[in-house]
Design a binder for this molecule. Sequence first.
Ligand SMILES: [Zn+2]
Length: 183
Amino acid sequence: MRNIETDESFPCPECGHIGMHTERVCDAFSYGSGKDQVELKAWITLDVCNNCSSKFDTEDADRIRHNEICNHLQLLSPADVLKIRVRHQMSQAKFAELTGIGVASLSRWESGQMLQSKSHDNLLRLCEARLNIDFLERKASKEDCSIVDMEKMQMKVEPRSLYGQKLNSARMAGTFFDLRKVG
Ligand SMILES: [Zn+2]
């Protein structure tokens, strides 16, 4: 982390003074145009010159404003988009290939350079579920399957594994009972 109090490579762009401090402010900014224009608020950190008091945006401020816009539009934030792909341990190329989203678009959404459309946002949210990723993988390998069949298969598997768990805990209880008898 740079120290803005002393770092000589970051002089004030206004007066050239070396030495700034940070300030947390509630920043109000407008978003959109015409009748869709709204005023949004975000708590951001600014760099402030110790000499001329000029205020400068930080990268963090841009990120926080962007998140506030996503929140207003009910869209996933860049960090949320990234989290979905990472959850499935996929590269951008692999995730893009599977979903049909362009790598460049995905990269722009993850870095906050661009906002995804509502339909892409919905696609991303659906991709959070493992079942939907499994379905896309099967489809990509040209396996004949429907997502409804996959859902049914998953429902058949679950009660069986629950039964297995019950058996195990019954066995455990038996073990404890035996121990108590002996002791
Ligand atoms: Zn200054």
